[in-house]
Every structure is written in structure tokens, then in C-alpha cells.
Design a protein around this ligand. Sequence first.
Ligand SMILES: Cc1cc2nc3c(=O)[nH]c(=O)nc-3n(C[C@H](O)[C@H](O)[C@H](O)COP(=O)(O)OP(=O)(O)OC[C@H]3O[C@@H](n4cnc5c(N)ncnc54)[C@H](O)[C@@H]3O)c2cc1C
Length: 157
Amino acid sequence: MINCIVVSAGLAGATIAEQLANKYSQNVLAIESRFNVAWHCYDKLGKSGIRLHMYGPHLFHTDNSKVWTYLSHFTDWDMYEHRALVVIHGEKVPVPFNFVSLEALFPPALAERIESKLLDIFGSDRKINILDLRSKHDEDLELLANFIIKMCLSSTA
Ligand SMILES: Cc1cc2nc3c(=O)[nH]c(=O)nc-3n(C[C@H](O)[C@H](O)[C@H](O)COP(=O)(O)OP(=O)(O)OC[C@H]3O[C@@H](n4cnc5c(N)ncnc54)[C@H](O)[C@@H]3O)c2cc1C
């Protein structure tokens, strides 16, 4: 006999249905209006053996071991890594902007000077925004701020 009905078998609905059934020993009916479960996250193996994400690519990352352990009951994991690069003045550089980007785009002496100012002023483990750069009223940091703004504007134009 069914004593719980869950409407939807997306991530949330499927999790609730599973927990009700297995943790709380309920007889659950999950009703899903689409042909597949997990809606946006749904994927399937294509003919070529390549996994296709039917509604846009989905990546999973968490630092929550409880979530990881829970999901590992239902899936294996494939390692995935991506690097975001943009082409600026013909150079592929990392975004968000970092020291590697700086060294690729600025003359070495200037890049070195800016890096040492950034480290002296902000330390090594901080995200810095344009306002931070501008707040120091330093010629080199101002130049860096203007450069980044110009890059952003030209990429949206
Ligand atoms: C292109 C794209 C990329 C994304 N990338 C990521 C990512 O990389 N990482 C990430 O963590 N998240 C990503 N997300 C977000 C993620 O897809 C959603 O957070 C997640 O799918 C939400 O799950 P949900 O169960 O809340 O809702 P949904 O997945 O929307 O599930 C709701 C379900 O309810 C069903 N339903 C609705 N009405 C009824 C009804 N009346 N009767 C029966 N069933 C019904 C629907 O058919 C659907 O299956 C992405 C989303 C998109 C669109």
C-alpha cells in the first residue's frame, strides 16, 4: 500500500522519495511528468559511447563528505577538470585574472613590479577586485585596473 506520494523525480524529488523509502520504510510513489528522471541533470550514453547531457552540461563538486557518501551509493564518479582561458591580444590566459595572466600580457619588468606590489599590499591568498586596486592610488595598480576594465568592456562589446 502506498502511503507517500512525491510529485517530481528531479534531484530533490528523487532524493526525498529515496529517503522516505529506505530511511523511513515508507511505500513511496514518485510521479514524474517527463520521460526521464533528474530533469536538467539527465544524461545518457550516445551511440558513440560519449555521455550526453541532454539539457546542458552538469558538473558535480562538493566539499561535503555526507553528500559525497550519500550519492556514491547510486553512482560511480568520473574525474573532470576544466580550465577557463580567454584569448587576450592573441595570448590564452587564465580567468579570473592572476599572476600567470599578468606575466603573459605585461612586459616582464612591469609584471614583476605589479606582482610585488600586490603581494606587499594584499598578501598572497586574497581575491582582489578593481575597487581594491583603485583604492591604493598607485600608478601601476591603476594601470592594471584599467587594463582589466578595458578587457571586460571589449569582451562584452
Ligand atoms: C543548463 C543547466 C546547467 C546546470 N549545471 C549545473 C551544474 O553543473 N551543477 C549543479 O549542481 N547544478 C546545475 N544546474 C542546476 C540543476 O540542474 C538544478 O539545481 C537541479 O536540477 C534542480 O533539481 P530539482 O529537483 O529542484 O528540480 P528539477 O530538476 O527541475 O526537477 C523537477 C521535476 O519535477 C517534474 N515536475 C514538475 N511539475 C510536475 C508535475 N506537475 N507532475 C509531475 N512532475 C512534475 C519535472 O518534470 C522535473 O523532472 C544546471 C541547470 C541547468 C539548466
